[in-house]
Design a protein around this ligand. Structure first.
Ligand code: ASP
Length: 414
């Protein structure tokens, strides 16, 4: 998915030139200092994080919708291979979610420390300050302002956002339905990039407010969560290698060596879409897969295949439930699994996309989305890890599609 980005002005360009993870880490460090210095007074600093989450929540449904529509429109599916592809994608994703839920249930990172039942508290008094008024006007969904309960302010927010986002796309030719979908999706991604620019500020505020109000125990729990996610991703990687060993002619270690550069690129960019062409190339050149298998797995499948994201979303939901001492029944965990599949299919292969679609998983089982703000502090790192697993999933599917026999001894392809 390409992004036609506007050329940002000087200050914004300089801000964007600093890697996101550096900005986020600076936000964490400054947030800790502000939290320690201000104590409970830091509570209102949680507002930017709430704003970011509300907008992410509003962007999620149209992003998922358009990402899936575009992927389906662009996919070149050939006969029986398509069914096999779908089966492989689904089994891998279900295993990923199973692994995530299992590790989260066994390790229970959210139960490592006990916390109060609510995140950084809202303002105590009923007085409505201008900031709160602006916050309340930010729509919870793109369609919200156009319903009976909608406000004019909400309509204005949406008009301004799309007006500015579309400025950089106004000369884009729209001749086919695919163009319309592409322009709509690109404008949403442009807006998403603005919101991601605000993430370091949100991280600063949420860290300050949590440290100020509740001290460091939430972050201890977060450490446990990071370890648990890494463990689950590792298990998933082992599953991939075993499956390659059992169902493909390719040798797992040779495959790993062959696609190493793609995995490093996925980790460093946090984008499986940006990595897609490299994955394809390496599968052809280094691993020696047939052209059709490499393109079905790494180019077509990659649009739908985000096992690392699915695993992460399911684990996050369980983690937050454990943190709040909320028991998620088997039925609710099933809903988490189901929505995680949909959310991962709809997550675009760009940095932090999983965080956007996660709001849907949380809403499905009535978990407070406020807690996603806390995950912002570690998401820059976990995003890179799950992106590498997303790419490894594409690699695995390609190897499995290639079957048990190599096309020819030189691997020259078809
Ligand atoms: N960054 C991931 C990817 O590109 C998506 C996600 O945020 O989970 O695959």
């Amino acid at each position: 998915m390409q992004e036609d980005q506007a050329v940002p002005g000087g200050a914004i360009a300089r801000w964007r030139a600093i890697p996101l993870y550096v900005r986020i880490l600076a936000g964490v460090a400054l947030g800790v200092m502000a939290g320690v210095a201000l104590g409970p007074e830091a509570a209102p600093l949680a507002l930017p994080a709430k704003l970011v989450l509300r907008i992410l929540g509003a962007l999620a449904p149209p992003l998922i919708l358009l990402a899936i529509v575009q992927a389906l429109m662009r996919a070149h599916l050939g006969g029986g291979q398509a069914l096999r592809l779908v089966t492989l994608l689904l089994t891998n994703t279900l295993v990923a979610i199973g692994v995530g839920l299992l590790v989260a249930n066994v390790v229970r990172p959210g139960a490592w420390t006990r916390i109060a039942a609510a995140p950084a508290p809202e303002k105590a008094s009923g007085a409505v300050d201008p900031l709160t008024q602006i916050f309340d006007a930010v729509p919870r969904s793109i369609a919200g302002p156009f319903t009976d309960n909608g406000t004019v302010m909400g309509v204005i927010f949406i008009a301004v956002a799309f007006g500015v986002a579309l400025r950089s796309l106004k000369d884009h030719k729209v001749e086919t339905i695919e163009d319309i979908v592409h322009v709509a999706l690109t404008s949403l991604i442009t807006i998403l990039h603005w919101i991601i620019d605000l993430v370091p500020l949100a991280v600063f505020g949420i860290v300050a407010s949590i440290v100020g109000v509740k001290g460091f125990q939430d972050f201890l729990a977060l450490g446990g969560f990071v370890l648990a996610v890494l463990l689950a991703l590792l298990v998933q990687a082992c599953y991939y290698l075993t499956r390659i060993r059992l169902q493909s002619w390719a040798r797992p270690l040779d495959v790993l060596k062959g696609v190493r550069d793609a995995l490093v690129m996925a980790f460093s960019t946090g984008s499986s879409t940006a990595t897609m062409p490299v994955t394809y190339e390496l599968l052809r050149k280094n691993v020696g897969l047939r052209e059709q298998s490499a393109s079905m797995g790494a180019l077509v499948g990659a649009n739908f295949n985000n096992d690392g994201t699915a695993l992460y979303e399911a684990m996050s939901a369980l983690f937050v439930a454990q943190l709040l001492d909320m028991h998620l029944t088997l039925g609710q965990q099933f809903i988490v699994a189901l929505t995680s599949v949909i959310a991962s299919v709809g997550a675009a292969g760009i940095p932090e996309a999983g965080l956007v679609t996660m709001t849907m998983v949380f809403k499905a089982v009535a978990l407070p989305t406020d807690y996603i703000a806390m995950l912002l502090t570690v998401d820059w790192f976990l995003d890179r890890c799950r992106t590498a697993i997303n790419v490894m999933g594409d690699v695995t599917v390609s190897c499995l599609l290639d079957g048990r026999t190599r096309e020819d001894t030189n691997g020259e392809g078809s």
